[in-house]
Write a protein that binds this ligand. Structure first.
Ligand code: VGL
Ligand code: ZN
Length: 215
């Protein structure tokens, strides 16, 4: 039997309108994600054998916070320990209201909530590996234990955490489906999200509308 899992990436207050790193329309995807969960998990688990939500979860003084880098501004890129580090506003502080999953997200069917970016000196966009590309988050082991072969990805932000999660899912050999209508990009600079999508297509991530899966 071929099993699927849904990965809901970073649907947290800080990435929704009103949050410190609000993604435009970030909250619009929540209602449709709930509908998908309710129709495709329910008691039958017809499409999603497991449902995982990730949460960006940074300790104080996290390396991704621009204010930790004297003389640098938000959205600049610096080098830290040989890695490129994008600088962001303070966001998703562990345990804060901004880091909480959005209150409208239906948590009824979540099997696992995975915190990532929890090390002060290492950022983590992907749900599978931290930004050094080798430190695992444990998600691959979890999915393997349940013989998951297909990974469906939704959430925020399309051009960052969703993008890197999809890339790593392919790298690990999963059939990877990005439900584009259930994701929103930062898209800075404008057009960046289109480049990310083109890259994903090239790596054979399947990019579709969730409409194909309702009912
Ligand atoms: C994210 C930037 C920094 C995301 C998280 O969830 O896409 N982006 N931290
Ligand atoms: Zn972050």
């Amino acid at each position: 039997m071929s099993r699927g899992a849904l990965i809901i990436v970073d649907v947290q207050n800080d990435f929704c309108p009103g949050g410190s790193m609000a993604v435009s329309g970030g909250d619009e995807i929540i209602g449709p994600i709930n509908t998908l969960l309710q129709s495709k998990v329910g008691p039958q688990r017809s499409l999603f054998h497991k449902v995982v939500a990730t949460a960006d979860w940074h300790p104080p003084h996290h390396v991704s916070f621009a204010e930790e880098h004297e003389g640098h501004n938000e959205y600049e890129v610096v080098e830290v320990g040989g890695l490129q580090q994008n600088l962001w506003p303070v966001h998703c502080m562990a345990g804060s209201e901004g880091a909480a999953l959005h209150p409208e997200l239906d948590q009824t069917y979540l099997d696992l909530i995975l915190h990532k970016g929890t090390q002060v000196g290492l950022d983590s966009y992907s749900a599978f590996f931290e930004n050094d590309g080798t430190t695992p988050t444990g998600l691959h082991g979890y999915l393997q234990e349940f013989e998951i072969k297909q990974v469906y990805i939704v959430g925020l932000a399309l051009d960052w955490c969703v993008y890197f999660t999809a890339l790593d899912a392919r790298r690990l050999g999963y059939m990877t489906i990005l439900m584009e209508d259930l994701s929103r990009p930062v898209d800075v600079p404008a057009g960046f999200a289109e480049q990310r999508l083109a890259d994903l297509r090239e790596k054979r991530v399947i990019i579709e509308s969730s409409e194909a899966y309702y009912g």
